[in-house]
Design a protein around this ligand. Structure first.
Ligand SMILES: *Cc1c(COP(=O)(O)O)cnc(C)c1O
Length: 387
């Protein structure tokens, strides 16, 4: 019996059947249990920033585990303090404080609890928003099919059309605790708001005394060719991070800046694993490697080329996104078939909807891999029935 055969008898059916059982990875390449090789163009959903088995990540994790693997939050560790300092520096060097956790949804839970400490409860989020699956983060997630089976959820949430500054201004009142926005909506299909939208959100929240919370769980840590998808001039109150931060080791971070940094105090929140030295060492290795290998520039170059390649196909009507967080809009609802054909030809693809594909490959993806994809793509995206 293969792992794929054994899976449904042992794992809860929350994700539907897995596409493949993977056994090994190197760079942007992975191998399945039958030994077939694939190029991974969605990087474990924008997580494998350094690809698979990057020596710097392996070294950092094994060295740290050999030295000190876990302590509770009764104790401090070097990697935890250093990572917090690094994230604050990347966030514009403002005064701030970090809370570490293990996932995106947990980073958002901490931020959500932090907003309650303002004494207000109303939160404004965006249509199409995805913030996670635990009850608090789920309460802010827009998709009714995810939320409604689990209601009642923490309430007092208003959703506004994403990218519409006037609608946002109308929704935020003097009783609003926070506005939460993804700088680029990932799960919604890599939706980029109009220029000036986040800046307008900053003005609106500042005027009403509300916090501005940017969810960079998917878009942050180099994915767009910058450290964050929002400009540090924006001066948000809260930034949440996860996915790419640990390069595959689970780590989430809630970065609170300025006065928001002291909203959560002793006894307000906690976690056993959050800030674990192995996870923090992994994140430090990711940040170091992005710097040492010049990956921000590489992301811009590879992203521009990938975007060109995608758009060159007749079946693609538009490409959205920045850097290596891209989506291809298809003329027809063929995305599932395209993903399937991609897999048959050795490319791991991802669709966010029936007519939309998302690309979030490792930031380390090589020019050669992108060139090979340029050759393969027309055959993957074309409906063989049309030939
Ligand atoms: C994936 C994602 C989350 C949830 O992260 P998990 O690690 O799956 O809990 C939250 N916000 C955004 C923007 C995401 O893309």
């Amino acid at each position: 019996m293969t792992y794929l055969d054994r899976y449904p008898e042992a794992l809860m059916n929350t994700f539907g059947p897995p596409r493949l059982a993977l056994v090994r990875g190197e760079g942007a390449h992975v191998w399945d249990e039958s030994g077939r090789e694939y190029v991974d163009l969605f990087g474990g959903i924008a997580v494998n920033a350094l690809g698979h088995a990057h020596p710097a990540l392996v070294e950092a994790v094994t060295t740290q585990l050999r030295t000190l693997g876990h302590v509770s939050n009764f104790f401090a560790t070097g990697p935890q303090v250093e990572l917090a300092e690094r994230l604050l520096a990347l966030a514009g060097g403002r005064d701030g404080r970090v809370f570490f956790s293990n996932s995106g949804t947990e980073a958002n839970e901490a931020a959500f609890k932090l907003t309650r400490q303002t004494g207000r409860t109303h939160v404004v989020a965006a249509e199409g928003a995805f913030h996670g699956r635990t009850m608090g983060a789920l309460a802010l997630t827009h998709k009714a099919a995810y939320r409604e089976p689990f209601e009642p959820l923490p309430g007092h949430v208003t959703w506004v059309p994403y990218g519409d500054a006037e609608a946002l201004a109308a929704a935020v009142t003097d009783e609003t605790a926070a506005v939460v926005l993804e700088p680029i909506q990932g799960e919604a299909g890599v939706v980029v708001p109009p220029d000036g939208y986040l800046a307008a959100a900053r003005t609106i929240t500042r005027d009403r005394g509300a916090l501005l919370w940017v969810d960079e769980v998917q878009s942050g840590i180099g994915r767009t060719g910058e450290w964050f998808a929002h400009d540090s001039e924006l001066a948000p109150d809260v930034i949440t991070l996860a996915k790419g931060l640990g390069g595959g080791i689970p780590v989430g971070a809630t970065v609170a800046l300025g006065e928001a940094a002291s909203l959560l105090g002793p006894g307000n929140h906690g976690t056993t694993f959050g800030g674990n030295p192995v996870a923090c060492a992994a994140a430090l290795a990711v940040l170091d490697t992005i710097e040492k290998e010049g990956l921000l520039d590489a992301v811009v170059a590879r992203g521009a080329r990938l975007s060109e390649v995608l758009l060159a196909a007749d079946e693609v009507t538009d490409v959205s996104g920045r850097g290596l967080l891209l989506a291809a809009q298809l003329a027809d609802e063929t995305a599932a078939a395209v993903v399937q054909r991609g897999q048959e030809r050795g490319w791991l693809l991802n669709n966010t909807g029936p007519d939309r594909l998302r690309f979030a490959p490792p930031l380390t993806i090589t020019e050669a891999d992108v060139a090979a994809f340029a050759t393969a793509w027309p055959g993957i995206v074309a409906d063989p029935g049309d030939a």
